[in-house]
Each structure stands twice: as structure tokens, then as C-alpha cells.
Design a protein around this ligand. Structure first.
Ligand code: ADP
Ligand code: LRH
Length: 471
């Protein structure tokens, strides 16, 4: 038996709808819609165009529903962002995590609770954009006073499709408001002055919410009455489901961000993990995603955008080719430095980074691209060594999934700098993880994560990169 399902996968730069046929030994995907996602800056900050995303996504679902009976639909997106509601209506336009109000949010949280104490509660890497920091700014601005509910973005879409308000567990784990044992941290919320009744019931990936309601089906022309399911709605949680790894495998979920780490049976919120800036995010089936956010291809895509705005005609493939031909040593910077979070002129920020430290910056576009990729690869190597040391889990191979699996130079540099074989693919791991967990809930796919990963291995072409030197 196979099931036909649709994944709505929202990335920070683009969204897609993927229709899939999944069975015990079948995994066929077909992208039926792809749309741009560009945050928009208005007076009070940077926001996501959530209605445009919802519209494009649901039109994609309608397309997917036309030539096959669609059993279910599920949404994943980037983490941490949310909408505030009152009596079921969205209040205002959700902010983007790249809005610079988050730095102030971090200070507001710091004033209430010290970082080691917070880490012991939620186990998250200190990052300015975590939900908890954003909420403290909302609170200061009086926005929480009007709200009676908070929904993470995939849950907001689920609510619009079904009328049910829930919080899916993996994405809830990125808020900073969930304890390591999986319960909402109402005590912390009390300390921060955030009303716990804003939160909803937590559901596990695989939970059936309800069919897409009649109003929505009629508005978008969706055929049949597909169920909306919860899956690993944090995109990285879905991506990790589809990493074709075996024991000894680590992963880099490589797109706008690079999420570098391993799967562990339980959280590791030790002083060492805190020192090395590791996060413990909730995975599907109660696993822990013990990983570090090592910035990502964001730096490269912003650099290319900056150059193109200044008249550069070369696109990413040509720039990568030029960078691959650089056969001299280039310097490396720390890609996790917060100066690289906001949108802007990355070549200039990289130059300033080196000059502030009295070092020679890279010169020319090829050298800058090479420097970005070498810096990311070095960041991955250090992170993987830390993950192995802190967890006691040996790492023998590294899997790269997401758009970055297409970047052959980055994959090769990662092999060189880690001294490990890199296995690249699948590119669409997030959508695959999304559809696999749906199909499993429908009884059409194998039960264990190990079997689901074996299905990915058996149905996708993967490319290996071996270390050329160094280690
Ligand atoms: P997200 O889901 O975060 O939006 P993706 O997983 O779609 O990100 O990855 C997008 C990134 O993949 C781009 O920023 C780009 O650097 C990289 N990428 C996509 N296609 C290619 C390609 N053909 N060659 C090299 N890199 C690519
Ligand atoms: C990747 C991602 C990542 C988070 C960031 C906000 O898309 O979800 O896991 O750290 O976006």
C-alpha cells in the first residue's frame, strides 16, 4: 500500500509544495510549487509575508490534489517565529527572526535569568532570535497585552486549515519556553512575565489534527478532504529524519543555516555543551538533535546579492567555479559571529572582521567566496569534533543534506577539514522527512527512523567526497 501526501516546506528564502507517493519501499517526490520568500521591512521592523506564503502554499496543495487523491498534508518551516492571536484572529504581521529587535530581547532575558541557569532548563544555544527573546520585546512594546494565543508559524497554518490550535513538539523545543523534559516551562514564563495561557497543547509528530476545512477547500479549489497532520514541523527536525545515516553518522543540514550535529537518545545540557554553544532541540520519536547552528549559506547568498546589486553579472555557479580554482591559502573567519546575522553587505563585513583583527582580508570575488566556504567548513570541523568529544559518540561519516549538498566545493572542503567522508544528499531532505512522517502515521511507511533512513538510502542517489589531505 502506498499513500499520496503533500508537504508544505517553508524555507527562509523559498517555500515549496512537494507531492509524494510513499510506501514500504517507495519514495517518489514531485515538486508541484515553488515560491519566493522575502521578508519585508516596514516601520516597526522586518516581517514575513505570511498571507502570501499561505496563499502560495495552499494553491500548491490544490494543484497536488488534482490528479491524485491526497490523503494528508503537513507543514514545516524555519523555527522560532510565531503569530500572536486574539479570539482566533491574527494580531499584526509576524516578525522575521532577522529583525534586529532580537538583540535587545536577549538583554531583557539576561536581566531576568543567567545564561547557565537558562541552559539547564531548556538546553538551547544562545542565539538572539530565539522565541523567548522576541517575546520579551513584544511584552515591552505592549503587544502581549492584546494577545490570548501564540502559534508557531506551521501551527498557525495548521490552525487556518483546520481551526485547531496546537503546538507541535519539535518546533516548540526551539522557543526557549520548553523544559528539557518536554513540558512547558510555566515557572520561567512567570519569571519573565509571559502569560502561560498563550501556549497551546503540545502534540507529537504524527498526530492527526483534522481534515482541511470546507471553507479553505472551496477557496483554494482543493479536491477531496486531506487530513492535516503534525510532523516534525521544525524544518531541521524533518531534515534529520531524512538524513540517510547509520550509527557513526553526523549531519549538516545545509541551507540558509548550517545545523551541524548528531542525534542523541537524550539531551546533553552540561557545562561543556554550553561552553561549545550546542543546542538540544527536540527530534522526532523523542530523539534529541544535539547540534550547533554554524551560520550557513546565508553569508554567501547575501554576498552574491550585494555584488549583483553593484552590477556583477556572474551567478553562484560561476563564482563557485572561480573559488574552486583558488589554489593558495585564504584566511578564515568565525562564521558564527553575530555581525553576520542581519541582511547586508557581507564582503564589507568580512573585510572589517579581518581588519579589526589586524589580518589581511581576502581580495577579489573568488577569494571572498573561497574564504566564506573555508570558514564554514572549518566551523563544521570544529563543531563535529566538539560533538564527538562532548557526547562520547564516535563520528565516522558526515551527511550533508539541503541545498548545500549541491555545493561540491563546500562538500569537498568539509571532507578535507574534518578528515571524514562526506555523503551529500538528498537536497530535499526536509520535504522528505515531512512526507515520511505523514506516510508512517497513515500506516504506509516503516515504523522506525532507521527503516525510514534506509528507505531514503535506497531511493536517492548520494555523492561521496573523500578527504584529500589535512584532517
Ligand atoms: P532553505 O530551506 O534554508 O531556504 P535550501 O536548503 O533551499 O535553504 O538551500 C538554499 C541554498 O542552497 C542556497 O543559498 C545556495 O547556497 C545553495 N544551492 C542551491 N542550489 C545550488 C547549486 N546549484 N549550487 C550550489 N549551491 C546551491
Ligand atoms: C533552519 C532553522 C534553524 C534555526 C533557524 C531559525 O531553517 O529552522 O534550525 O536555528 O532556522
Amino acid at each position: 500500500m502506498t499513500a499520496t501526501v503533500a508537504a508544505i516546506d517553508l524555507g527562509a528564502t523559498s517555500g515549496r509544495v512537494v507531492k509524494a507517493e510513499v510506501g514500504p519501499s517507495t519514495l517518489r517526490l514531485d515538486e508541484v510549487a515553488r515560491f519566493e520568500n522575502r521578508p519585508v521591512k516596514i516601520g516597526d521592523g522586518l516581517h514575513w509575508s505570511v498571507l502570501a506564503l499561505y496563499d502560495a502554499a495552499l494553491q500548491g496543495v490544490a494543484t497536488a490534489s488534482r490528479d491524485a487523491s491526497l490523503a494528508s498534508v503537513a507543514v514545516d518551516s524555519w523555527a522560532v517565529d510565531y503569530g500572536l492571536l486574539r479570539r482566533g484572529s491574527l494580531l499584526g504581521i509576524p516578525f522575521s527572526y532577522r529583525d534586529d529587535r532580537t538583540a535587545h530581547g536577549l538583554e531583557l532575558v539576561d536581566a531576568v535569568i543567567a545564561q547557565p541557569e537558562l541552559y539547564a532548563r531548556c538546553g538551547l544555544q544562545r542565539m538572539p532570535f530565539t522565541t523567548i527573546n522576541q517575546l520579551m520585546v513584544d511584552r515591552e512594546r505592549g503587544l502581549l497585552e492584546a494577545a490570548d494565543r501564540l502559534l508557531m508559524l506551521p501551527d498557525l497554518f495548521g490552525y487556518w486549515m483546520t481551526g485547531r490550535m496546537v503546538t507541535e513538539r519539535t518546533n516548540a523545543s526551539t522557543t526557549g519556553l520548553m523544559r528539557l523534559d518536554g513540558a512547558w516551562d510555566t515557572e520561567l514564563m512567570g519569571m519573565l512575565g509571559i502569560d502561560p495561557t498563550l501556549l497551546s497543547e503540545v502534540v507529537e509528530p504524527g498526530t492527526r489534527l483534522a481534515p482541511i476545512n470546507a471553507v479553505t477547500r472551496a477557496h483554494f479549489g482543493i479536491e477531496g478532504a486531506p487530513d492535516v497532520l503534525a510532523i516534525g514541523s521544525h524544518d531541521t527536525a524533518s531534515a534529520v529524519v531524512a538524513v540517510p545515516m547509520e550509527p557513526g553518522g553526523a549531519y549538516i543540514s545545509s541551507g540558509t543555516w548550517s545545523l551541524v550535529g548528531i542525534e542523541t537518545p537524550a539531551p546533553i545540557a552540561t557545562a561543556e555543551a554550553l561552553d561549545a554553544s550546542f543546542t538540544n532541540e527536540g527530534g522526532v520519536d523523542g530523539r534529541t538533535r544535539f547540534l550547533k547552528n554554524v551560520m550557513g549559506l546565508w553569508i554567501l547568498s547575501e554576498a552574491v546579492r550585494t555584488w549583483q546589486a553593484a552590477g556583477e553579472r556572474l551567478g553562484l555557479p560561476e563564482l563557485l567555479e572561480a573559488a574552486a580554482a583558488v589554489d593558495w591559502a585564504v584566511p578564515v573567519f568565525d562564521p558564527t559571529d553575530a555581525v553576520f546575522y542581519p541582511p547586508g553587505d557581507m564582503p564589507e563585513r568580512i573585510r572589517a572582521w579581518f581588519e579589526e583583527r589586524g589580518q589581511r582580508p581576502p581580495r577579489g570575488r573568488a577569494e571572498v567566496v573561497r574564504c566564506i566556504l573555508e570558514s564554514l567548513a572549518e566551523g563544521y570541523a570544529v563543531t563535529l569534533r566538539d560533538a564527538a568529544r562532548i557526547s562520547g559518540q564516535a563520528i565516522e561519516r558526515v551527511h550533508v543534506v539541503g541545498g548545500g549538498a549541491r555545493n561540491a566545493l563546500l562538500c569537498q572542503l568539509t571532507a578535507d577539514r574534518t578528515g571524514l567522508t562526506v555523503v551529500a544528499g538528498p537536497v530535499e531532505a526536509t520535504a522528505i522527512g515531512n512526507v515520511l512522517v505523514q506516510a508512517r502515521a497513515l500506516g504506509a511507511a516503516p515504523e522506525s527512523l532507521e527503516e525510514l533512513r534506509a528507505l531514503v538510502r535506497a531511493t536517492h542517489e548520494l555523492r561521496e567526497y573523500r578527504p584529500r589531505h589535512r584532517a
